[in-house]
Design a protein around this ligand. Structure first.
Ligand SMILES: C[S@@+](CC[C@H](N)C(=O)[O-])C[C@H]1O[C@@H](n2cnc3c(N)ncnc32)[C@H](O)[C@@H]1O
Length: 226
């Protein structure tokens, strides 16, 4: 396990505390629509932290070519129709570039600054000339509007319970995922980033925001800095 991360519940748990069975049950949301509207049709996509392919599969159905990367072999075993690569994102160096690199699931908020730097450098290293990087950020109230919950179309109650400061601007976030027949929990470290801090982190990695794709600025499209 990564330090500060843990998960409980049935089945395999990834080093960042995610449950493979849980992500197999959660339906995809609006992510594929946002992505498809932001990139050229048929683009090659490097998806970092793909999990079981919740977003990968709808992207394949829309005609994109996807290379799915995750450090969990158990997650990748459930990906169908995409090339899969089992690796920590921060160590990835495929020696090739892609039209689109995707860093979703709020991974850019990694508690460890060095991990975040590594993630963003991987994005910069793998994006083709003229290509783009899509990043999903946390919403501004994610660590303050707590506890909060919503019921997913799958019947899962997703409950964000708490975000406790553990120093250096990092919070230990605790979440519960409750189905009638199973419960999973996850604890993870997340560093809230203002828009300015997010953009500084991109600059450090040689990237810059091209545009925010959603009014809440959760989804950003970045390009190699000029
Ligand atoms: C919250 S899950 C989301 C999976 C998928 N993006 C989705 O939306 O369904 C995060 C995934 O990222 C993977 N992950 C997190 N940090 C990683 C890292 N540094 N390197 C590789 N994989 C990572 C985990 O193993 C997990 O499968």
């Amino acid at each position: 396990m990564r330090e500060g991360y843990e998960g409980t519940g049935p089945g395999a748990i990834t080093p960042d505390g995610c449950a493979v069975e849980l992500y197999s049950r959660l339906p995809v949301g609006i992510e594929p629509d946002i992505i498809a509207a932001a990139v050229p049709a048929g683009a090659s996509i490097l998806e970092l932290g793909s999990g079981v392919g919740r977003v990968t599969h709808p992207l394949l159905e829309r005609g994109f070519t996807v290379t799915a990367v995750d450090e969990s072999a158990e997650m990748l075993q459930r990906v169908r129709g995409a090339r899969t690569i089992c690796s920590p994102i921060e160590d990835l160096d495929l020696g090739e570039t892609f039209d689109v690199v995707m860093l979703a699931s709020f991974l850019v908020h990694a508690g460890d600054v060095e991990v975040r730097r590594g993630l963003l450098r991987t994005c910069a290293r793998h994006v083709a000339e003229g290509g783009c990087v899509l990043i999903q950020r946390e919403g501004e109230d994610y660590h303050t509007n707590l506890p909060r919950e919503r019921v997913d179309p799958s019947g899962c109650t997703l409950r964000m319970v708490s975000a406790d400061p553990v120093g250096d601007g990092v919070n230990s976030v605790y979440a519960e995922y409750v189905f009638p027949d199973a419960v999973w929990t996850q604890r993870f470290l997340a560093r809230p980033l203002t828009k300015e801090q997010f953009e500084e982190a991109l600059t450090e990695a040689g990237l810059e925001v091209d545009t925010y794709l959603t009014p809440d600025r959760i989804w950003a499209r970045a390009v190699r800095a000029a």
